[in-house]
Write a protein that binds this ligand. Structure first.
Ligand code: NAP
Ligand code: GDD
Length: 341
């Protein structure tokens, strides 16, 4: 019988790629959707027609229990979150509730539906759980590159909420014997990346300038460095973690790091434009506390899972610029979430 997966965050970048990957692998895929009239659900229905939808919200414990009871999943991928770091300063409590406490609610739904108690540990046919942890937890990094043993020093309410979810996942594994793991994923991007994140903001900005739809691009800190990979590669690592013999956490990244400035140069070059003529610095886009440098050490994932990234930074940026040029030329408005390449 086909394995059954439940994905929270199905309307997001990773949810879409993970759903496609699991469908390819023969899974029955279910996506958790929330809201009375969430416009992003229509996009899922259009692109992911074989995904079945179930209503639920990470803020609502009862809805998660009902979703797990209805779907009867073999695997749960918890990708739902407030994921935009600047928003986590503006709405810190909501971020703690969704990104942090949402993990507790999802783990509790699995525990209750599986009949697991402190005296009755998880059995062999248990539901396997994946938590979307983040390199933001490393924050002000203590060492470079960062691996599974590098201590955390989160620099945003988002990073703090992710650290809570990370330790809680570990704790449910240790307390109840659950197959519960975290992927500590470094930044990963794609043509489906939300327009608020810097890679997509830059590639959309370049496309608008190239097509004569804009004359400048306003950006914050150009010196921050990130380890950027391709989302399509990273969702494969999520599935591999849940197929492993033992439940363990893994760092997923490329092992390379580039600055936002290098991203900008690569994106403008991909459209044969001179970046210095268009990019304008904007102090309002700087963060109260910045993560200056992220760079993964993905050796454990390579050795134990056989996972490797396949798309290099320049290729990724060129892919995103090309996709945005095409979308805008066709009259789509990616800011309105109306389309998904
Ligand atoms: P994304 O595109 O921002 O998607 C976030 C998802 O969370 C959306 O589907 C959103 O659904 C859902 N969500 C928000 N509030 C919710 C709630 N109350 N209940 C249920 N779902 C809710 O994020 P992404 O880039 O795909 O990332 C997926 C996960 O990986 C996130 O947890 C993110 O924090 C984490 N992560 C991402 C990266 C990265 O570089 N992309 C790196 C490390 C970790 P709605 O349509 O309902 O709002
Ligand atoms: N968004 C944005 N907009 N970022 C900018 C801008 C701008 O105009 N100008 C400079 N930056 C810098 C930010 O200060 C940050 O250092 C870097 O670009 C990357 O910002 P984002 O793309 O917003 O991503 P992030 O690194 O904060 O967070 C992403 O990656 C995390 C994993 O490390 C998100 O996907 C998180 O959900 C994820 O956990």
């Amino acid at each position: 019988m086909a394995r059954r997966a439940l994905i929270t965050g199905i309307t997001g970048q990773d949810g879409s790629y993970l759903a496609e990957h699991l469908l390819d692998q023969g899974y029955d895929v279910w996506g958790l959707v929330r809201g009375q009239a969430n416009p992003r659900v229509a996009r899922v229905r259009r692109l992911l027609q074989d995904v079945q939808l179930v209503r639920g919200d990470l803020l609502d414990q009862g809805s998660l229990i009902s979703a797990v009871e209805r779907v009867q999943p073999d695997e749960v991928y918890n990708l739902g979150a407030i994921s935009f770091v600047p928003m986590s300063w503006e709405q810190a409590e909501l971020t703690a509730e969704v990104t942090g406490m949402g993990v507790l609610r999802m783990l509790e739904a699995i525990r209750v539906c599986s009949g697991i108690t402190s005296s009755r540990a998880a059995g062999s046919g248990q539901i396997r759980f994946y938590q979307a942890s983040s390199s933001e937890m490393f924050g002000q990094v203590r060492e470079t590159p960062q691996n599974e043993r590098t201590p955390f020093h989160p620099r945003s309410p988002y990073g703090v909420a992710k650290a809570y979810g990370h330790f809680l996942t570990q704790n449910y594994r240790e307390s109840y014997g659950m197959f519960a793991v975290s992927g500590i994923l470094f930044n990963h991007e794609s043509p489906r990346r939300g327009a608020e994140f810097v890679t997509r903001k830059v590639t959309l900005g370049v496309a608008r300038i190239k097509l004569g739809l804009a004359s400048e691009l306003r950006l914050g800190n150009l010196e921050a460095r990130r380890d950027w990979g391709y989302a399509g590669d990273y969702v494969q690592a999520m599935r591999l973690m849940l197929q492993a013999g033992t439940p363990e956490d893994y760092v997923i990244g490329t092992g390379h790091t580039q600055s936002v400035r290098e991203l900008v140069i690569a994106a403008f070059e991909a459209a044969q434009l001179d970046w210095e003529s268009y990019v304008v610095g904007d102090q309002a886009l700087h963060r109260p506390a910045e993560v200056d440098l992220l760079c993964a050490d993905p050796k454990k994932a390579r050795v134990q899972l056989g996972w490797e990234p396949t798309v290099a930074f320049e290729e990724l940026v060129a892919m995103m610029v090309e996709s945005d040029l095409k979308l805008l030329s066709e009259g789509a408005d990616p800011e309105q979430d109306s389309s998904w390449p």
